[in-house]
Ligand binder design. Sequence first.
Ligand SMILES: Nc1ncnc2c1ncn2[C@@H]1O[C@H](COP(=O)(O)OP(=O)(O)O)[C@@H](O)[C@H]1O
Ligand SMILES: [Mg+2]
Length: 321
Amino acid sequence: MPQTVEGAAPEHGLPKIGVVGMDPPHPTSQNRGVTFTIPGRLAAACRDVPERAAWLAQLPDLLRDLEQRWSLTIGAPFDGDEVSCAWVAPVALATGRSAVLKLGMPHMEGEHEIDGLRFWNGDPTVWLLEADDDLGAMLLEHCEPGTVLRTLPEPEQDLVIVPLLRRLWRSPMASHPFRPLSAMIAHWSEETLAQAEHWRDEGIVREGLRVFEELAISAPAHVMLATDLHAGNVLRARREPWLVIDPKPFVGDPAYDATQHLLNCDLRLRLDPDATIRRFADLLGVDYDRVRLWMFARAAAEPRNDWNDDPWTNLARAIAP
Ligand SMILES: Nc1ncnc2c1ncn2[C@@H]1O[C@H](COP(=O)(O)OP(=O)(O)O)[C@@H](O)[C@H]1O
Ligand SMILES: [Mg+2]
């Protein structure tokens, strides 16, 4: 989740700020005449984590296996700023219909994406057409034209994201596989503590960790959260004007789900954090104070790649309780 300033990829979490240089695509090994390219950000996210490096090394074999098993013709993978944690490509099915193949790299936040897509069942996410749970492989409904919501002005993005989030926040069934939001918060807090030698403002980080803990145990409701719903994970489609991709399901406080989109609204947050947070919380009908506290805790204490001259710490100072 670390914020990405230079090259390394965010799995999920604080968005990147500033200009990010794209790594060139990395061709994987060629086999039987087929070469699968690897987007630069995905390669960067896998480079220093042995489990992910092993997954990446196996990826060409997995793709060839799925190509046969699901009778696919695989196209060139999507690449660019929005691709960081998964290998995703358009495919043609045997029927000639198009779909999207996605294999997620191993990461804690994304472990239940397939279960989540089954739970939401196309409302308002993309349909899951096929899945291999062991491989983390999904065949998805193809959003066409697939334009990202990020291309619209932010106040318009707000109005699209609000009803999508409100539809996602359903109660999970009594027996469900999903983890509590507190598990993700505990995972992040552990990572942040492991980065203690790099912190620049210990007081604010410790306060952020305290608020994280307090919020995680005091949720007023326990609903299904996407946790990664931002304008880069909402695509133009035909079945509905906009569909959600890439959910990282956890169960917990709906106020948390306001934060991922808000953290992307960098300029608005810097100019007037209170008004920006209040507008979005009010549109969502969730408690402004809790959204603001979640924003504070994330900005102050979420793990990141670089704690120097850190814009998130400045935001945390501006909205500290
Ligand atoms: N169902 C889909 N239809 C069309 N394009 C898709 C679909 N799923 C993913 N994509 C494309 O792949 C990109 C990365 O997919 P995403 O699931 O967000 O991966 P990541 O986990 O790397 O964020 C998206 O920005 C979009 O361009
Ligand atoms: Mg995404």
